[in-house]
Design a protein around this ligand. Structure first.
Ligand code: PHB
Length: 401
C-alpha cells in the first residue's frame, strides 16, 4: 500500500472516530406523566435551558437527551427505563430521578451499567451510597431538615414541635434530620405523624387536627412538593392553626415556587429552609429567572427542581468535556469530585467524599409584596451546608465499607 493511501485511510478512520465521539446521548428519567408530571416539566425545562444558554460550553460535542417516563413514584418503571437506556439506547450518562424510590430501585442497574447517573431531585440521603455512579446536584432532606431544626430552636425560639410527614424514605429522612438537630438544641418533638404516601394527596385534616390538639409551638411538615404542598397550607388555615398560635414550618418543598401564588394568604407567615427560592437576590439567579421567563413565559417560574436539573446538566457538560466526549463511568464520576459551579442558588460543590452536593441553605418567610404577590423574604443564611446524615454516619448514611 502506498504511503499516500495509508495516510488517507488513517485520516478517514480518525475523522470517523471523531465524528462518532461528537454526539453524547444522555438518558433522562423523569415522571413525565402522573402525579409528578409538574416535577418532570420543571426539571426538563431546567436541563433544556442550561443547554440552550450554554451552547458554547458543550462544543465540539452535541448532547442528545433521550427522555423516558418513570411514571408512578414507586421505582418500578424507573428501573425498567434505566435498563433500556443503558442497554438499548447505549447512553453515555443518565440524569433525573424525581422521587427517591425511583433512584433507589434503579441503583443496582446503574451500578451494573457503570455510567454516570446524576440525581437532579430524589432527596433521601443514603441514596448516593447505593451506587458509586450516583452524583447528586439536588439536595438531601438532611440539608434543609437539619438546618431548620437548629433554626427552630435558636432563631424561632420554639420549644415543642409535632412532625407530620409523607410516609416514604425522604419523609422519614426529613423527620430524623429535624428531630436530630431540634432536640440537640434544646427542643422536643412531642409527636410524629405519618400522613399518607407520595402517590396521592391525602386529606390532611385528621393528621393536622391531632397536631392542633397537642398544642405544639410549631408544626413541621414534609410532603413532596406539588399538589401535596397546596393541600398542606389550605388545611393548616382551614383548621385555624395559625390563630391557635401554632407556626407551620418545613423544608421549602412545602412552598414550592410554582405553587406559591396558588396558596394565597394561607401561605403568608410560613417559615421554611431550602437552598433555592426564585426570589433569591444574586446576579446568577436574576439572569436565570429572566432567561426562564423569556423561554417559558412571564407567568412561569423556576423552582428548586428546575435548578437541581440546570445544575445537573452543567455537571454532565463538565463530565463530557473532562472525558473528551467518552463519559466512561469511572472517569466521568471522578471528574465531578470537587467540581464547583456558580449556580443560581449560589456557589455549589460536589463533596469528593460523598458525591453529594454542598450548598447554602436559606431560611425564608412568605410575605405579601407591594405587587400583591407572595414572595420569599430571606431571614437567615447558612453557608456551605453538608449532608449531616453522612457527616454523622447515621445508619445507611455511614460510608460503605
Ligand atoms: C423524593 O422523593 O426524594 C422527593 C420528592 C419531592 C420532594 C422532595 C423529595 O419535594
Amino acid at each position: 500500500m502506498s504511503k499516500r493511501v495509508m495516510a488517507a485511510i488513517v485520516a478517514l478512520s480518525v475523522s470517523g472516530g471523531a465524528a462518532l465521539a461528537q454526539e453524547v446521548k444522555v438518558g433522562i428519567v423523569l415522571p413525565y406523566t402522573g402525579i409528578g408530571a409538574e416535577f418532570a416539566q420543571q426539571m426538563d425545562r431546567g436541563m433544556e435551558l442550561y443547554l440552550k444558554l450554554n451552547a458554547d460550553q458543550v462544543k465540539p460535542y452535541t448532547i442528545t437527551l433521550i427522555k423516558r417516563d418513570s411514571k408512578a413514584p414507586n421505582g418500578e418503571q424507573a428501573k425498567v427505563v434505566v435498563q433500556e437506556l443503558l442497554t438499548q439506547d447505549k447512553v453515555g450518562a443518565i440524569a433525573g430521578f424525581g422521587y427517591s424510590p425511583d433512584a433507589m430501585a434503579s441503583a443496582p442497574t446503574v451500578s451494573a451499567g457503570k455510567k454516570l447517573a446524576v440525581i437532579t431531585n430524589a432527596g433521601t440521603s443514603f441514596i448516593t451510597n447505593l451506587s458509586p455512579d450516583f452524583v447528586r446536584t439536588s439536595f438531601t432532606m438532611w440539608h434543609s431538615g437539619y438546618a431548620l431544626g437548629v433554626a427552630t430552636a435558636k432563631t424561632l425560639h420554639a420549644k415543642t414541635a409535632v412532625v407530620a410527614y409523607t410516609d416514604y424514605p425522604p419523609g422519614k429522612d426529613s423527620l430524623e434530620a429535624f428531630k436530630n438537630a431540634f432536640e440537640a438544641n434544646g427542643g422536643k418533638v412531642i409527636d410524629v405523624i405519618p400522613a399518607g404516601g407520595p402517590g396521592a394527596v391525602p386529606d390532611f385534616t385528621p393528621f393536622f387536627q391531632r397536631a392542633k390538639d397537642e398544642k405544639p409551638d410549631v408544626l413541621y411538615v414534609f410532603v413532596p412538593a406539588g399538589d401535596h404542598a397546596l393541600a398542606v397550607a389550605k388545611t393548616y388555615t382551614a383548621l385555624g392553626m395559625r390563630d391557635a398560635g401554632i407556626k407551620l414550618i418545613g423544608p421549602g418543598d412545602i412552598v414550592q415556587d410554582i405553587k406559591l401564588q396558588g396558596m394565597g394568604d394561607a401561605a403568608v407567615g410560613l417559615v421554611t429552609m431550602l437552598h433555592y427560592y426564585a426570589d433569591l437576590d444574586n446576579p446568577q439567579n436574576r439572569r436565570f429567572v429572566a432567561a426562564w421567563k423569556k423561554e417559558y413565559g412571564a407567568e412561569s417560574t423556576p423552582d428548586f427542581m428546575g435548578v437541581g436539573a440546570y445544575d445537573g446538566m452543567a455537571a454532565i457538560v463538565h463530565a463530557v468535556q473532562a472525558t473528551k466526549g467518552k463519559v466512561d463511568g469511572d472517569a466521568a464520576v471522578k471528574s465531578l469530585l470537587g467540581w464547583k459551579f456558580d449556580s443560581p442558588q449560589g456557589p455549589i460543590v460536589i463533596d469528593p467524599e460523598t458525591r453529594d452536593i454542598v450548598m447554602n441553605e436559606y431560611l425564608a418567610e412568605v410575605v405579601k409584596g407591594p405587587d400583591g404577590k407572595l414572595h420569599q423574604k430571606v431571614i437567615g443564611q447558612i453557608d456551605r451546608v453538608k449532608d449531616e446524615c453522612k457527616a454523622q454516619a447515621i445508619g445507611p448514611c455511614a460510608p460503605k465499607k
